[in-house]
Design a binder for this molecule. Structure first.
Ligand code: CS2
Ligand code: MN
Length: 351
């Protein structure tokens, strides 16, 4: 297991030297956030990213995310050009030593929450998902709410350039059925995975967050059966999974340790965090320890340890504690506590 922390490059208020001081963390997971989804990541920028991270004494072997252009997900003829660009980005990343690329196949929107900084009784705040709120809002209203609440920091997956045509883009999905969406994923994998194999890059799809449909858009990666179906679309170790406990775990019906055991050889990257289910189906992102949320963390880490997992792990979203401010879910302190907690569990469970 290699412990990492997500870092948003030049847009991140947290310096690499602070990440380096988190015990057990040997690398960062990062991306070139300023490049619009679909455009090629120039080699020189990939090299500069690697050099900056390495100079801080950290590795950069995982990218999260290389986002997929909407035309690929929609399955329109223009997709072939975007797929070629995607492969070029993978080639450039392989040249700077990247081993795993995390990505998602969610239409239009990446993750969604009703509240970015929901206050908890202990004085910290965290991301919250209210089903009622989301049912009664629109994607534009949600985007505006995030823009207002996020303190001027771009949120991953909610970058302004992706959102400016949000209504029109969602409209384009009206003609895409769930089955057509599966076909579009298969088309992407068929073109891209042979190159990933050639380049030594493991592709690791991130589950849909939350794992149920939003705003009538199709969903793929939300359950054990659908993960199986996705991995079978292209049988190759390079067509793999990011196991995100917080995303899959928002549905109490998902048995996370069982999912880990079922697909261990295809899991290349893990986001491990806890969340708290509320009786009405709402949830919030809790601190990592088992006592704080609804997921059993030792059971999850044990499933990885028993499978001989040697991929990358990161704590996922954290709360904001100790008056820290910054990017929702991505402050330093709570994620550092999460990393230390997970490292401790791993030490014990590997014995
Ligand atoms: C998620 C996503 O883990 C996360 O922060 O909420 O933003 C995730 O990074 C992407 O879906 C991966 O492509
Ligand atoms: Mn995640």
């Amino acid at each position: 297991m290699q412990m990492t922390l997500r870092w948003f490059g030049k847009l991140d208020p947290i310096p690499l030297k602070h990440i380096r001081q988190v015990p057990g963390v040997t690398g960062v997971v990062t991306s070139l956030m300023h490049i619009p989804a679909g455009d090629v990541w120039p080699l020189a920028e990939c090299e500069a990213m690697r050099d900056e991270v390495n100079a801080a004494g950290l590795a950069v072997e995982v990218i999260e995310s290389v986002n997929i252009h909407e035309d690929i997900k929609l399955g329109v003829p223009e997709r072939d050009g975007w797929i070629e660009a995607y492969i070029e980005t993978l080639a450039n990343l392989s040249k700077v030593g990247v081993k795993v690329v995390c990505y998602n196949f969610m239409p239009v929107l990446d993750w969604a929450r009703s509240h970015l900084f929901y206050p908890l009784p202990d004085g910290s705040n965290t991301m919250f998902f209210s089903r009622g709120f989301i049912q009664n809002t629109t994607p534009q209203a949600l985007a505006a709410r995030y823009a207002e609440q996020s303190g001027g920091i771009d949120l991953p997956g909610w970058e302004p350039e992706r959102l400016k045509d949000i209504v029109a883009t969602i409209g384009r999905y009206k003609s895409v059925s769930q089955e057509q969406y599966w076909d579009n994923a298969r088309y992407f994998l068929k073109k891209v995975i042979p190159h990933a194999e050639r380049l030594g890059i493991k592709m690791a799809i991130h589950p849909d967050d939350p794992p149920w449909p939003l705003f009538g858009l199709p969903r793929l990666i939300n359950s054990r059966d659908n993960i199986k179906r996705f991995l079978e679309l292209y049988a190759s170790p390079n067509n793999g999974l990011t196991l995100c406990t917080g995303s899959l775990g928002a549905d109490p019906g998902n048995d996370i340790p069982a999912v880990i055991r079922a697909f261990a050889d295809r899991i290349h990257f893990a986001h491990i965090r806890n969340l708290k289910h509320l009786p009405n189906g709402d949830f919030y992102e809790s601190a990592h320890p088992t006592s704080c949320g609804s997921l059993n963390m030792p059971d999850i880490v044990r499933a990885f340890a028993e499978a001989g997992f040697d991929g990358y792990i990161r704590p996922d979203h954290g709360r904001m504690v100790w008056d820290e401010t910054g990017r929702a879910g991505y402050g330093l302190y709570d994620r550092a506590m999460g990393a230390a907690y997970l490292t401790g569990l791993w030490e014990v469970l590997k014995q």
